[in-house]
Design a protein around this ligand. Sequence first.
Ligand SMILES: [Zn+2]
Length: 284
Amino acid sequence: MSESVEESESQAAAPGLELFEYVPESALVVVAHPDDCDFLAASVLSAWVRQGTRGAICLVTDGDAGGDDARIPPGGLSQIRLEEQHRAAAHLGIETVLCLGYPDGMLQNTLEVRRDLVRVLRRQRPELVVTMDPTSRFFGRGYINHPDHRAAADACLDAVFPSARDVRAFPELARDEGLEPHRTRFVLLGSSDHPDIAVPLLAVDLENKLSALGEHKSQFDASDMRQSTLQRARKVGMQAGVELAESYRLFDLAPNPSQRGYRRATPETPAGVPAPTEPQSDWG
Ligand SMILES: [Zn+2]
């Protein structure tokens, strides 16, 4: 990712956000590059892990294209960036950092990528997945969203639904590796033009995010991000009635609508109360 996304106003555009105070038992962040996770979700990972969540991070590419230093041989940067990501994750209390190793800058949402993500989902078995909103194409006038970001997010969503859930999808994973189907309950999309929930944060979570961002020294200098990070968290917090928060677009994939919660408040459906009249989708 880049500071341009970090400076984007898109996350804070919606007036009125429902508080998402749920603490998942396990959370997996799926992103394209080392450092993407820390722009997208470091503060909420910090908040959840602080409250007992088992966190994990999956990088889809090797990050080897993210730099201008031609003296670094091919493959050299990916190793540096993976080490940076491990150090960043440690600030959030996370040990599990996976890297699928696809070439940076050339990622596509192929069946091979989807199968590898299904494998990760079935092994990690997260209750909640965070990825980028793949429909986010532009951020103001200053940033065209990286194609790897969109491809990784699309592949992640396609893996969550329906492939990780379906026993007949990629049958070799169950047959050869013993990986049983897995249903993810919640999906949160970051950097979205259509955020509808806000995850409450404490100041320590922003400090942990800044510490995590500060580990990506091969990519940027995070020392001047404090003010913008704090301002954005306050702005989102105001929209949700708390001091500090980060916004996302929420999907609740509970199979029965009556089991779903954390809905956005409307005159017909008070916050947190399921809407019993919503028809259940029959689409597989
Ligand atoms: Zn990136």
